[in-house]
Design a protein. Structure first.
Lengths: 216, 133
């Protein structure tokens, strides 16, 4: 399974920058705003060809992962140009080789649209994230608007062959994996979203939980 | 940033008009007034759906994959159905067919852009790092 995934993204790496060039310009400001919330030791998933590295605030310590070696090869010059510490590693998001609770922030950009078992992957992130850490996600999800959702459902069997699924419920999967979404922003329609999530246990002990309970 | 937004908006309109014109042209070439209307509508929807995939792949690098697909799918599927219904009912000229398609494509893009503006923004803020830099 991992080899298939790796081969798919190795192939996609040849045209990735061309295919996503408008998306990079279009969503760059929203991603930069999201990345401003990064604190402490940071793990980035699906580094791709490293297009997002230029959007990170300077001076961070980041470990960036991708399942595809070809993607990482293309990302290498961009990682070297980053004004901070940025290490690249080839790794599957579902099996992270890190000890428990070792990252303050995890950044996921268009990752869980293509991880075969997204809830398993998100549980793995939950494991390596510190209890008071935060998960920042920038993902495309299934629309709640019927005609668009139908289009996403119809196209997913095709898009899956070359790239991501189009109809994932990634924010719902966050809840299933033990996270609580504390901030959600629509970036394009209700399809492209920026969100922040925290471990549910941390949220339950936070002031916002007590405020929510008081309102009930 | 603002210049980028405007450029993308203009390209989305152009892409919508092109997708609609391509859909109408393909349907006009296939369907004529002898067709049964229901069959024509089904075939028109299928042609429109196929064309919107090609249009999304072609336009994605210029306007963004989801903007190209969102407008394109509505134009392809619903436009395809309507153009086919019209072509099965009456004999229209190529210029009328393409002209109406361009207007339809521009209208769909305008609706999608308005809907995007209405939806844009933060919908949940609950603790987290909201308000912090």
């Amino acid at each position: 399974m991992r080899e298939l995934l790796q081969r798919k993204w190795d192939r996609a790496s040849r045209t990735y920058d061309w295919v996503t060039r408008a998306d990079e310009r279009r969503y760059g400001p929203a991603k930069r705003q999201l990345f401003e919330r990064i604190r402490g030791r940071c793990l980035m998933l699906a580094a791709g060809t490293g297009n997002d590295f230029r959007l990170f605030p300077a001076g961070l310590r980041i470990v960036a992962l991708d399942v595809s070696r070809a993607m990482l090869e293309r990302a290498r010059p961009r990682a070297a140009a980053y004004a901070g510490g940025l290490a690249l590693l080839q790794m599957d998001a579902r099996r992270l080789a890190f000890r428990d609770a070792c990252f303050d922030t995890i950044v996921s950009v268009c990752t869980f649209c293509s991880v075969p078992d997204p809830v398993l992957g998100l549980r793995e992130l939950h494991r390596v994230l510190k209890p008071d850490g935060r998960l920042l996600v920038f993902e495309h999800v299934r629309s709640r608007l019927g005609p668009l959702a139908m289009m996403q459902d119809l196209l997913t069997p095709l898009s899956r062959r070359f790239g991501p699924d189009l109809n994932r419920d990634t924010l719902g999967n966050l809840s299933r994996a033990g996270f609580r979404v504390v901030r959600e922003e629509n970036v394009y329609l209700d399809i492209v979203k920026a969100a922040e999530a925290v471990p549910l246990a941390a949220w339950l002990t936070s002031a916002s939980w007590r405020c929510s309970s008081a309102r009930l | 940033m603002i210049r980028d937004d405007r450029a993308f908006a203009v390209m989305e309109y152009a892409g919508g008009a092109l997708t609609a014109a391509a859909t109408a042209a393909a349907i006009h070439a296939v369907i004529d007034p002898h067709w049964d209307m229901v069959l024509a509508m089904v075939v028109g929807t299928a042609i429109g759906a196929a064309i919107h995939i090609l249009a999304a792949v072609a336009l994605g690098p210029f306007v963004g994959m989801f903007p190209a697909m969102a407008s394109g799918s509505l134009i392809g599927m619903y436009g395809g159905m309507l153009f086919a219904m019209r072509d099965s009912m009456q004999d229209v000229s190529w210029s009328q067919s393409l002209g109406v398609a361009v207007v339809f494509g521009v209208c769909v893009v305008a609706v999608v852009q308005l809907y995007d503006r209405a939806l844009r923004g933060t919908s949940i803020v609950e603790g987290g790092s909201a308000g912090r830099p």
